[in-house]
Ligand binder design. Structure first.
Ligand SMILES: NC(=O)C1=CN([C@@H]2O[C@H](COP(=O)(O)OP(=O)(O)OC[C@H]3O[C@@H](n4cnc5c(N)ncnc54)[C@H](O)[C@@H]3O)[C@@H](O)[C@H]2O)C=CC1
Ligand SMILES: CC(=O)C(=O)O
Ligand SMILES: [Mg+2]
Length: 375
């Protein structure tokens, strides 16, 4: 198969879809890989390293899309990339369709095969291609929150860990999955008083067993959230209903009950956000203020730490990408239920329920597109 790796063009997105080690793996299996010039630079990989590993460097993004049968990248295509996408081209990347109506319609129109990292799902319900970036974003959330809590950045002016004789900050984490757990762990490590909420009691039981004493678990419901936000200094949004729009756990009216300078880091913004007032922001301009609450809603947080993130992401994606190249997407998805769940939009049809529901589009069964592709 011919694989293409374009340079990411989203604001401050410094990750890249394949490392030189990934190129070597593809070459071992007899595939050809084309990498856009300087695609790996932001993650510390020079063109020469890709070439040594067996890739061909192409000068422009147009060249890469024109050559490739499968595109391996990081973030969803953005508008200038839409016209480059070819019918039947396989795109293996994050899409977050449930928060991107224009993107959904564009991919339907291009008749591409969109296999989304974030909905590849194991029988255990774990999301193996989301986990590594959730680990990164979860660990970043208290770090970013701590920064924006500083007074010159419009926060309350409170130190997460306090000091002897002065109370630490209160950090509220909504969602106790990968992002939430990592965020709670780091916030606790910095000395904050942490409350973590989830609707899964089993998950809260697990956390209760291994979290330090300054992390308290609490069931997530509107009553408890309304109470907790009154005293929270930093709120981390970390809920997920896979492939679907995030529920709004903090609504606009609730902001007025929060203290001025409270910071919300809505990591779930890539699925629409769990705080109603969150809108996606960029690393260039990460925050905005509504009702004196500082909103940090960067949809590609790991893009800011590409030296860590690219390796973490490609460790997880590469075996799946190689499987897709070896077998073709149809056979790979027939054999691997996890990959099959990654199919979101195929040849102009929406095949993932969360996406169809989000934009009121007809849902077509994955089986029927796999059958059609077989025929
Ligand atoms: N902004 C960014 O750069 C990044 C964003 N993310 C996003 O972060 C979000 C969370 O991801 P993960 O932690 O990997 O998901 P996860 O599936 O591991 O955890 C989500 C948790 O939310 C819980 N939940 C669902 N409804 C809830 C409710 N009403 N109240 C409280 N908890 C509820 C679930 O029970 C689950 O434990 C996703 O939207 C993901 O795409 C992940 C990485 C980077
Ligand atoms: C998961 C995601 O949206 C990211 O890593 O950017
Ligand atoms: Mg207020």
């Amino acid at each position: 198969m011919i694989i293409g790796v374009p340079k990411e063009i989203k604001n401050n997105e410094n990750r890249v879809g394949l490392t030189p080690a990934g190129i070597a793996e593809f070459r071992k299996h007899g595939h050809d890989v084309y990498v856009q010039a300087t695609a790996g630079e932001g993650s510390g990989f020079a063109d020469a390293e890709y070439e040594q590993a067996g890739a061909t460097i192409l000068p422009t993004i147009e060249d890469v899309y024109a050559k490739a049968e499968m595109i391996v990248k990081v973030k969803e295509p953005i508008a200038s990339e839409y016209p480059l996408i070819k019918e039947n081209q396989l795109l293996f990347t994050y899409f977050h369709f449930a928060s991107g109506e224009e993107l959904t319609h564009a991919m339907i129109e291009r008749k591409a095969v969109c296999l989304a990292y974030e909905t590849v799902e194991l029988p255990s319900r774990a999301l193996p291609l989301l986990i590594p970036m959730s680990e990164v974003a979860g660990r970043m959330a208290p770090q970013e929150g701590a920064k924006y809590l500083e007074k010159p950045l419009k926060g309350r002016g409170i130190l997460l860990g306090g000091v002897p004789g002065v109370k630490p900050a209160h950090v509220l984490v909504l969602g106790a999955g990968i992002v939430g757990t990592q965020a709670a762990k780091i916030a606790a490590g910095l000395g904050a008083q942490v409350t973590i909420m989830d609707i899964s009691l089993n998950r809260l039981r697990e956390l209760d067993d291994f979290m330090p004493k300054n992390v308290v678990t609490q069931y997530s419901n509107e009553y408890n959230i309304r109470e907790a936000i009154k005293t929270a200094d930093l709120i981390v949004g970390a809920v997920l209903i896979p492939g679907a729009k995030a529920p709004h756990l903090i609504t606009r009216d609730m902001l007025k009950t929060m203290r001025p300078g409270t910071v919300v880091v809505d990591v779930a913004v890539d699925q629409g956000g769990c705080i109603e007032t969150c809108k996606p922001t960029t690393h260039e301009n990460p925050t905005f203020i509504i009702d004196d609450v500082v909103h940090y809603c960067v949809a590609n947080m790991p893009g800011a730490v590409p030296y860590t993130s690219t390796l973490a992401l490609t460790n997880a994606t590469l075996p799946y990408a190689v499987k897709l190249a070896n077998l073709g997407w149809q056979e790979a998805c027939r054999r691997d239920e996890a990959l099959r769940l990654g199919l979101n939009v195929v040849h102009g049809e929406v095949v993932y329920k969360g996406v169809a529901d989000a934009w009121n589009l007809p849902l077509v069964s994955v089986d029927s597109v796999l059958e059609a592709a077989h025929a």
